[in-house]
Design a protein around this ligand. Sequence first.
Ligand SMILES: [Zn+2]
Length: 673
Amino acid sequence: MRRAPIIGDPSYLERRGWVDALRRLRTAWRRAWTPRVPPDPVEWVEGGGVVLPSSVAARGIGGRLSFRARPYWRLPLRWFAQEGVETIVVEVASQCGKTTLDISLALYAAEWLAGPGLVLMPSEEHAEDLVRDRLRPIFQASPFGKGLKSNDLRLGGVSFPGGGNLNVIGVGSPNALKGRPARWVLFDEYDEAIRYGASAGSPLKRAETRTRTYGSLRRIVLTSTPTVEDKGIHPEYDASRRHEWHVPCPHCGAFQKLDLDRVKWPRNAEGDSSASPAEIKSQKLAWYECASCEGQWSDADRLRAIAAGRVHCLDPDRPTLSMGLHISVLYSPDVSLSETAAAFLDALEDPEKLKQFRNEWLAEPRREIVRTTSTDQAHLATLQLPDYQMPAPDWWQGEETPRAPDWVRAVTWGFDVQGSEVWGLARGWGDHGENCILWCGSFRGAGDLDHAAQAYCREWIVAGGEVVRPRAGMMDSGYRTHEVYRVCSLHRARGLTPSKGRLDGTLPMSMSAVDRQDANRRAVGRVDLAVLWTTYWQDLVAATLEAGPGRGRGVCHMPGNPPSYLFRHLTAERKVAVKGRNNQITYVWKAHSHENHLRDCMVYSHAAAGMVRLLELRAIRPVVAAPEPVEPAQEIAKATAPVATPGRPLSGMARLVAARKAQGSTAVQMRRI
Ligand SMILES: [Zn+2]
């Protein structure tokens, strides 16, 4: 008699395909009860978690994903797994490998965080491209992709064995920020998202709503190139706990942020670039100059420094809830210094290109201009005095005493000190604040500061044939501080004063006694430092440059033979509104070109004139204003500094500015740059 099959008989089960089913059931059961501890994201990604097939990798070198050349991308990855972090804001230049970061974050999240996740791309096309050209090949090559079928990954989303879920969609799609909850949301180009559905609130707010159910387990990542200052990623970065990547100098070891100001290229005697942008790019003429020792870095030095860099937190007091990172193109291993310099020089020619350069290369937002001065080069040309010719660049080495226009009664100087050169500008002052640029130029090479002082000490022939020495001069002490102190203390009796600017002031000028050190950093005495509220003095300089044309109160005249760079420097600053943390707006002067040295010299020579009351020569009866609150602490407003007295804030020029505003001659315009 044939035995009835017993349930459990291996052969029977084998026949019915149940053994395999049971084994799978057992594995699934075990997996469900074994907690999956997410590894460190950086170790997971770089330890072989993500493998790039050569079709996807940069320069076709496939293999394990590595951040060796872009170590700063490890920061957002680590933050992603850090407790107490909910939002990550990465403000970044294009060409910095942002997509690699996005992919790493998305894959880590899908593999290790249970719950649905969302990658929002700028458009449906971008979403399709990312899935087809990048994600699918990575899935096929990486270990975690083994359990996934390649066509599993579609725009609708793919489920991961660990419970994670990855969806890639365009930010304009109706599902983008509505619908089911998500544990994590990643915006690939956040500033694109702000173009859609603005009425429904900021995309970040909507992402927060969508992730609310996950509480502190949620993650929102914004990566983007910035556009404007008050919308999109920039205000989010500004409000976050901001981080930068600081790199060590190969020569002196000083850690610093890579800055466009320190990218140098060959220049001629007039300070203009001596090569075309195309030549700089093709012959690799640019280099980087250390902010500390002025040593030169090649591109290879720069890349080594980036690899050896470290994070620098700008706001250690802020909570870790929102973490920010700023990366400019200078950190990209794919873009050389010469390419950056050439792009910058190209952009200088055209305001539109300059905007784009700021956004895409420097990862800086364009600014809202609240007031463009009418200081344009065409206006400056109308201020030229045909019968005054400024002396030759090296006149101060000669014997001849130069003659100022016959209405000039006194002379002041302003000096802007740079790393390897000193810019100087002499002003002649007549009545009622009328003035004239007598000479401008630069001193270079060894002894530049002493040569500047030598020029300062030279006499001028002024009104009535009188021979006078300059009454006062101010020398910027921002760079090479103690060298400046040394030179100024040598010529203190002749009125040469070191100065420094500050943005937030209540007094136009205050005096402060500071220690002077020699080359060995030993204190060798004290020196009086003039602290200038730069916005105040810049306003006065703008007013004098915008006055005229023709002879008159407060007009600044130009020499009949201005050098080519003078007008360029004088128009290099604009007043812009800057929104603070609490949405408070302050107005500051910002250079929109790096060639602004003579504009700074104007500020210093103007403050020098204020110090010795030249601005009020024959001014009408001074108005006594109500005293302003005196600033406390270290700065001693000395009685010897007339402008520092709060009751008399340079009434002549101030009234001039007010009068010009009333006449409507100070153009106030709203314009975007
Ligand atoms: Zn250095």
